[in-house]
Design a protein around this ligand. Structure first.
Ligand code: GAR
Length: 198
């Protein structure tokens, strides 16, 4: 069977990464996770990769807080290319990507964000939705461009905001929706763009 080679990038706890790796393991998702990369040395997402026997690496990000140093981003391209990755999946990767990655993987980098974009880009989007008095929020998968949580929308899932929601309860329900939406979107990529036969 043809499997789409994916690379997963994340900075944190890795629940989306786990959902994707579980769906691959169960045979529901015709992808192959070639590598998991984090800009945080002790990020749980790297431990999850090891649990699933997926190659994993820490990428030292350099001196900037919200982006990779250009040399680090070139190194990221090299790592993903060497791993044979066709689709780059951002799963809680908290840095904006720039030319090296965007040129190397045009329309082949997707991100998940916990709001109905274009509403509430940036940090803690569920808190932003609560503070704005919304009754519905959700999550969005989009192609990545050079702006924060911006780029053509691929798919969205709505989540109702309940009257007694706290930031924690709302975030938890959005993350449940994310763990359904992201593997489903990747499955569509697998169908549309199967990897070439080896
Ligand atoms: C997810 O909720 C994702 O939507 C968010 O980070 C979390 C990562 O969780 N991403 C963003 O806010 C991007 N701007 P995870 O590490 O458990 O998958």
């Amino acid at each position: 069977m043809k499997r789409l080679p994916i690379g997963i990038l994340g900075s944190g706890k890795g629940s989306n990464c786990r959902a994707i790796l579980e769906r691959i393991r169960s045979g529901d998702l015709a992808a192959e996770a070639r590598i998991v990369i984090s800009d945080v040395l002790d990020a749980p997402i790297l431990e999850i990769a090891r649990e699933f026997f997926v190659a994993n690496a820490y990428l030292p990000p350099g001196q900037f807080r919200t982006r990779l140093e250009p040399e680090a981003e070139e190194e990221l391209v090299k790592m993903l290319r060497e791993a044979g990755v066709d689709l780059v999946v951002l799963a809680g990767f908290m840095r904006v990507l720039h030319a090296p990655m965007l040129k190397a993987f045009p329309r082949r980098i997707i991100n998940i964000h916990p709001s109905l974009l274009p509403k509430f880009p940036g940090l803690e989007a569920w808190k932003q939705a609560l503070a704005a008095g919304e009754t519905v929020t959700g999550c969005t998968v989009h192609y990545v461009d050079e702006k924060i949580d911006h780029g053509q929308i691929v798919a969205q899932r709505e989540v109702a905001i309940l009257p007694n929601d706290t930031p924690e309860t709302l975030h938890a329900r959005i993350q449940i929706a994310e763990r359904e939406l992201y593997p489903a979107v990747i499955a569509e990529f697998c169908e549309k763009c199967p990897a070439p036969d080896l």
